[in-house]
Design a protein around this ligand. Sequence first.
Ligand SMILES: NC(=O)c1ccc[n+]([C@@H]2O[C@H](COP(=O)([O-])OP(=O)(O)OC[C@H]3O[C@@H](n4cnc5c(N)ncnc54)[C@H](OP(=O)(O)O)[C@@H]3O)[C@@H](O)[C@H]2O)c1
Length: 166
Amino acid sequence: MININITSVCQMTRLVLPRMVDRSKGVILNVASASGMYPVPLLTLYSSSKAFVDFFSRGLDAEYKSKGIIVQSVLPFFVTTKLSKIKRASLDIPTPERYVKAQLSTVGLQTQSNGYLPHAVMGWVTTALLPAKLLNKYVMSMGLSQRARYLKKQKQGPRAVTPNCS
Ligand SMILES: NC(=O)c1ccc[n+]([C@@H]2O[C@H](COP(=O)([O-])OP(=O)(O)OC[C@H]3O[C@@H](n4cnc5c(N)ncnc54)[C@H](OP(=O)(O)O)[C@@H]3O)[C@@H](O)[C@H]2O)c1
């Protein structure tokens, strides 16, 4: 988790940033996650590593804005990808194509973005509207029921299933 979400982001930045500085232009979009906007119990390591991506991106954006470089922190909720294991798209769970189209329209406008209007609404509700205590309780209960489903499926058959992350 630390390698794929933290070390990789630092190393990629080290690779691409010097050339961007030479050219005085460039855009870096770092895919964090809505799970990095607040602690997600039972996905604590994932959530914490995504909080790193978010802070790292926002810090770098402040450092390099004057050099013509944009660093955006992207914080999606669920999208139908191989990683999320969600196949059916809906208003709040877009396909990657729909998500990316919406997300790209926020580049240069927002340093930190949920990237897609329904996700922005969800981000606002979870961070600005809900008290942290209530949110923690809700996310914990979601995690517990997801874990129970996973353990039940594991008991039923040999096919391994993994819980999804957002
Ligand atoms: N989908 C969501 O709901 C969602 C929500 C919030 C944030 N995100 C974030 O979005 C980013 C992109 O994910 P995605 O949803 O677009 O999923 P995706 O289409 O399945 O892409 C994930 C990519 O990561 C690679 N990968 C997975 N595990 C790896 C490992 N241990 N080492 C090296 N590469 C690995 C996969 O390689 P292979 O194709 O070879 O397996 C694949 O190219 C991730 O950082 C994820 O945390 C996704």
